[in-house]
Design a binder for this molecule. Structure first.
Ligand code: COI
Length: 365
């Protein structure tokens, strides 16, 4: 694309799509991120040409030079958002403009070219339109869209690459955690941190998630579902989980969540929760929240609920916290009322069952 922000996509339908009966069987129990649709979008970038060669084509392996910079220095970013069957029979996406803007912010942090937001939105629309039969109809199901971009230039010097590939794939999904919306147990990692001040914590880059894996494995080894990282400087306040933001609900119904100081991801679900809770008249505070305050607050009754939130996890209650110094249970360990109320409100808006007060729902047809 030289010039404007609009790209023309060449549409090449998959000549051998999955048969309807097989697709229906796959959609019956999709799990999370295990199955994929018939198509993908690709757009190329070269420094001297800009964005070019936008296509929708059969999903296939991507040939790559073994010297491609991403394989060596991890110059890669991604996004995650969902498409839904709306209650009125239409097809919608939730806040794709916010993902487009965050993709640009991540690209800036990782010294990558910015994909124009209109091209990002058009790429999603094309993929959802051609693969719309893959959107699960079951309650709780959705089509998870995964746009990503990586350095494809074959070059081993350490500098920003000059060639990139942008791709979008789609995966029909159910619940992210295997227990569905049952409360999860989280592990407070004593050994690992996620991101330091000035680092890449606010960028949605693969490296942040690679970094979380050993800590998540440690969490699983301790019988937990996921890890909560403490801040890298003092190991005192909560940052975020392996791929989700954290909220605490206090006894006056107010909400606390860690502030966006550059070490955590500016979650779109996080921001949606802040807006929904504010509309409900709840006080919402973005401030550092320490593990001590969490533990003491649970003991005194000041902390009533906690939850994780993200596109994949939606809103998932946190029932129990495990630390090397002992465990504590939040409330009675079950899903909290405020948590589940916010979850329901969010899902009802996403699925077109409730009024959309902030204009979040992006209608495709
Ligand atoms: C998402 O919630 O979309 C993410 O990117 C996080 C990942 C754990 C799936």
């Amino acid at each position: 694309m030289s010039g404007g922000d609009k790209l023309d996509f060449e549409i090449r339908p998959n000549p051998a799509p999955v048969a309807a009966a097989e697709r229906a069987a796959l959609l019956a129990n999709p799990g999370f991120g295990r199955i994929f649709t018939d198509h993908m979008v690709t757009i190329r970038y070269a420094e001297e040409k800009g964005w070019y060669d936008a296509r929708v084509e059969a999903r296939a392996a991507i040939p790559m030079d073994p010297a491609a910079a991403v394989l060596h220095y991890a110059q890669e970013i991604f996004e995650g958002l969902k498409a839904y069957h709306a209650a009125d029979g239409g097809v919608t996406m939730f806040r794709p403009e916010a993902n487009a803007a965050r993709f640009v912010a991540s690209a800036n942090r990782m010294a990558m070219p910015a994909l124009p937001e209109q091209a990002f939105l058009d790429s999603l629309r094309h993929l959802v339109e051609i693969d719309r039969e893959w959107i699960p109809t079951a309650d709780g199901g959705s089509l998870y869209l995964r746009p990503f971009m990586f350095a494809s230039e074959a070059f081993l010097g350490v500098r920003p690459a000059k060639e990139f590939l942008y791709v979008v794939i789609a995966s029909p999904v159910g619940a992210y955690f295997t227990g569905g919306v049952q409360p999860v147990t989280v592990w407070i990692s004593p050994n690992y941190t996620r991101a330091a001040p000035g680092g890449t914590g606010a960028a949605k880059c693969g490296g942040n998630y690679a970094n979380s894996l050993v800590a998540k494995a440690e969490a699983v080894a301790h019988g937990c579902d996921d890890v909560v990282f403490l801040d890298a400087a003092e190991r005192r306040t909560i940052d975020e989980m392996s791929g989700m933001n954290v909220f605490i609900v206090l006894d006056d119904g107010s909400l606390v969540t860690p502030p966006l100081t550059g070490t955590i991801l500016a979650g779109i679900t996080r921001e949606s929760v802040l807006m929904l809770a504010g509309r409900d008249g709840r006080t919402v505070t973005e401030r550092p929240f320490s593990l001590d305050e969490w533990r003491d607050g649970v003991a005194s009754g000041r902390v009533r609920e906690a939850f994780a939130c993200g596109t994949a996890a939606v809103i998932t209650p946190i029932g129990r916290v495990r630390t090397p110094d002992g465990d504590f249970t939040i409330g009675d360990g079950g899903p909290g009322e405020v948590t589940m109320g916010l979850r329901q409100q969010l899902i009802d808006i996403q699925r077109g069952r409730a009024e959309d007060p902030f204009g979040w729902v992006h209608r495709l047809r």
